[in-house]
Ligand binder design. Sequence first.
Ligand code: NDP
Ligand code: MG
Ligand code: MG
Length: 338
Amino acid sequence: MAQMYYNQDINEKVLEGKKIAVIGYGSQGHAHALNLKESGFDVRIGIRPGNSADRAKNDGLDVKSVAEAAQEADVIMVLLPDETQKAVYEAEIAPGLVAGNALVFAHGFNIHFEQIVAPADVDVFLIAPKGPGHLVRRTYQAGAGVPGLIAVYQDATGQAKDLALAYSKGIGAARAGVLETTFKEETETDLFGEQAVLCGGAVELVKAGFETLVEAGYQPEIAYFECFHELKLIVDLMYEGGIENMNYSVSDTAEWGEYVSGPRVVTAESKAAMKDVLTDIQNGTFAREWIQENETNRPQYTAKKQAVKDHQIEQVGAKLREMMPFVGQKASAEVVGK
Ligand code: NDP
Ligand code: MG
Ligand code: MG
């Protein structure tokens, strides 16, 4: 079992007096910056001009260019989209790094896959809240927190882990509990989860179920309710109280169907495919292809995005959601790290 750290285990003094730069002011950036500031730490924002910069100014923060913020800070938290981190790091962050600085991330992709190689005299660690930025902010304001992961990749000062723990306390994560991991484990499991289960797995499961009913002559609207809309209700029950809690709430017929038919759909073959997906993550194939896709202006990404948009389930869903204003648009789109 993983070791857990809580507020009382952590001495935040190690981070006091240090200048912290939060680079980026999106989902994670706004939550980290505001929580750290309210915890009494010295925060500035490094951001390009635009919507995020305006928001940070409106929120009363000290807003600078990325280069300026990174240059003056001791602790530089990189909360840019993962695909842009390498270019911004090379142009605007690296020139300002000096020995003893800390280069910090909320996801290990760029360090683990060696897109960013920090100088040896700089600490490199991560603090990854296990939730979207808006939840990190909201729970902090309510006196609680979202659990987090910390990992140390490079410990030049001998203080990297203590700094990571102090930072996690500053954003409220240690109120809920902080687990130690490695960059390898955080990166590979994050990618696997979103590909095999959360985004990739769930979307394909829903589409296949919808298509099966529609191809058999059932009305698309009914198929949408049965295979898409109700998924949230089921997942909420699992999230709140485990599989047993979900089974308690559904009918015994539904539970029996789960036992006999679930394994006919997600088979040993599906699990073997999951292992292949994991292998491609571990050996760097997935990362290499995604980096290449970005370097060539995302031709496949764009085509696949359009195909989803054109799928009947999206057209039917848009109409039905208009009938259900209570469904609404939520910030939960960023639950899974981008
Ligand atoms: P967002 O897309 O929400 O925000 C990115 C921010 O970076 C925006 O403020 C954007 O500003 C800014 N930005 C983009 N390009 C540049 C640039 N070239 N120069 C300066 N600023 C730029 O990102 P997230 O908060 O989702 O992700 C940040 C990190 O956190 C990632 O490493 C991600 O993996 C990780 N993470 C995310 C989680 C999540 O739930 N979202 C959960 C855990 C980790 P602008 O408005 O100008 O575009
Ligand atoms: Mg039903
Ligand atoms: Mg992710």
